[in-house]
Every structure is written in C-alpha cells, then in structure tokens.
Design a protein around this ligand. Structure first.
Ligand code: FO1
Length: 340
C-alpha cells in the first residue's frame, strides 16, 4: 500500500511518527508532502521549519519540549548575532540547527532544488519516510495585519499582488507568530509565490500512485492550505480515485497544539472539527475529503458527504498515533454510511 500524507508543523511531524510505525508494521510505503510556506531567509540562511521539524522528529534529533529545532541545542550563534544587534533578534537560530541551514543554503546556491537538498539532508537523518517539499519554488506565507509600530528589523513584503492597502501591511508568517505571537489585528493570509509555483519533483507522481491520501492533523490555514495552493496538488488529490481521509487538528474547541484557533478566527471559521472538515469540503461536492477522523469528544460531528469516525486523537506516544493512522486507513478502506 502506498500512503501519501499532506503535512506541516509540529503536529504533522508527530503524526508522521505514528504513520511510520503503521507503515513499518504493514509494509506500506510512506511519502510526506510537506509545507514550505513557513520557510524564510534570515541572516542569509534558508530555513525550512516544517521540513526540519519532520526530519529531526523522525530522525530522533528534535527537541521534545520545544517541538522545533535540535535536542541538546546551544545558542552561541544567536547570542553573538544579538551582540551585533543583527535583526531579527526575535528569531532564535540554534548552533546545531545552523549547520542544517548552512548545508541547505549552500546546496540551493549551487543550483540544487529544495527536493534534492531535502533528500541529501535526509541521508543523515534516515527519517524512514520519503520527504518531499510541496514545491521547489519560492512560496512564503505572509500575513496582512493592521500596521503595527514600524520598527528596525521589520520584514515587509507585499509582492503578493493582493497586497496591503491603507493602514495594512504584510509581514512574514514567522514574524506574525514568533515576534507578535499572532496577537496583531489580522486580516488575511497570503501565499506569496503560490500561483507561479510548481509541485516539487515527485509530488504529482506520488499522489497519482497513492492508494490512500491522508491529511495530517496540521493547521489547516497555514500548514495545509499553502500545500494545496500549489497549482496541480489539489487537482492531483481530486484526480486520484483513491480515498482521502483527514484527521482533525481540533479536539473540542481547541487545537491539539499550535495556533489553528487564531488562524481560523481570521478566516471567520469556527474552531471545531466540523468547521475544519467543512473548510476542506467533501469530495462529492468538489472538495477533498472522503473521510474525517475526530476525537470521541466530537463524536456528534456530522458533515454532509463525509464519513466521520471517532477515535482518540491525542498523539501521546507513537503507538497511540499509529492507532490513529490505522483507524484512518480503515476508514479509507470502508467508508460506509456517508451522510448527505
Ligand atoms: N519558534 C519560536 O517560537 N521561536 C523561535 O525563535 C523559533 C525559531 C526557529 C528556528 C528554526 C526553526 O526550524 C523553527 C523555529 N521556530 C521558532 C518554530 C517555528 O516558528 C514554527 O513553530 C513553525 O514554523 C510552525 O510550524
């Protein structure tokens, strides 16, 4: 069986640990298509937070408390940059992590696409999952906010074409999240470069050959939407008759982790399992999903055209997460009683 997972963020990395366990047990082949909208160039280095979270987590090198960056990290580079007042000082680059960004940036500058760079980095980490960036092209998530106090180190970029108008400006997602903790008055998210981006090498082939496609319990607005914004990816999911099953990132009225509640509020969408399923939509009404896994606390969730099943969704350990994945595959195999 060939399984393709659309994923991003730290929740997505944890989900892949369970998916890998399931794949090892069943002999399935696992490919992850990973969000690059969080990517940013800082201090001359190309940083790919979601690819790195997945790579470090699956490779046993992630910091378990933070969820991002390396275990056993030290911060000499960060402190030295701060001593030079080199902005942005709100973004912390760990010493071990810097080595990854140096290798990535060197290879990109030499002309290798991000997909090839990722494969090279994974030769060290042996994640046991094929990791593909959604695109090899530049795609950055920017956030249009009410103009906060201008300050040194601001990273303004409004080349989205939908760009800021009077009293608004676009800032990089990392600035919105890390520097401002998502607390600025926020109007919309823009995936800069998405319209021109092409799926990375291997993405369309993996989706066409998939026996089941899973959407990880990642942030639907800033982790999964940028993947689907790459022209051709949504169409590839829809064009493969194999089932698509999503896993809710919301339990009750709160995200399993991260800032999905804030992002959904910006879109005016409810922070519920049903709300996120409706955002993805049912395949039979030109959306994506055949099936949707929710937590037992959301057992009452009903979405027209989507088969909903309840299983515990707390990713407390790899075995619990593998059980979630198994339930998703079972739902894909036997979607019964679809409503609507
Ligand atoms: N998150 C923070 O809250 N503060 C940081 O200084 C920070 C630095 C950082 C460096 C490299 C990296 O790969 C991730 C980093 N993150 C940091 C996490 C990141 O901002 C987000 O959690 C992800 O982009 C969301 O998936």
């Amino acid at each position: 069986m060939r399984i393709v997972v659309l994923t991003g963020g730290i929740g997505g990395a944890k989900f892949l640990v369970g998916a890998r366990e399931y794949a090892r047990r069943t002999g399935a082949e696992l490919t992850a298509v990973v969000n690059v909208g969080d990517d940013v160039i800082l201090h001359g280095l190309r940083i790919s937070p979601d690819l790195d979270s997945v790579m470090y987590t699956l490779g046993g090198g992630a910091d378990p408390e933070r969820g991002w960056g390396r275990a056993g990290e030290t911060w000499a580079v960060k402190n030295e940059l701060a001593a030079y007042q080199a902005e942005p000082t709100w973004f912390g680059l760990g010493d071990r992590d810097v080595a990854t960004h140096l290798v990535r940036t060197t290879m990109l500058n030499a002309g290798y696409p991000l997909s090839a760079v990722t494969e090279a980095l994974c030769a060290r980490w042996q994640p046991g999952v094929r990791l593909l960036p959604a695109t090899d092209d530049r795609l950055e998530t920017h956030v249009v906010v009410s103009d906060p106090e201008p300050a040194a180190g601001d990273t303004v970029d409004d080349d989205s074409g939908t760009g800021p108008v009077g009293g608004e400006r676009a800032i990089h997602f990392q600035e919105w999240w890390i520097r401002h903790r998502g607390a600025l008055p926020t109007h919309r998210f823009v995936f800069v470069g998405a319209a021109q981006a092409k799926p990375a090498a291997g993405v369309l082939e993996a989706l066409a050959a998939a026996d089941v496609m899973l959407i990880a319990p990642s942030n639907p607005v800033v982790s999964i939407a940028p993947v689907l914004a790459v022209p051709g990816i949504r169409e590839a999911l829809a064009g493969n008759p194999a089932p698509v099953v999503g896993v809710s990132p919301i339990i009750g009225d709160a995200p399993v982790r991260g800032m999905a509640d804030r992002c959904l509020a910006v879109l005016g969408e409810p922070c519920t399992a049903a709300g996120v399923a409706a955002l993805y939509g049912a395949r039979r009404t030109a959306g994506l999903l055949d099936g949707w896994l929710v937590d037992p606390v959301d057992d009452a969730t009903r979405v027209d055209g989507i088969e909903v099943r309840a299983v515990p969704l707390w990713m407390s350990d790899p075995a619990a997460t593998a059980a979630m994945v198994e339930a998703a595959i079972e739902l894909a195999d036997r979607p019964t009683g679809v409503t609507g």
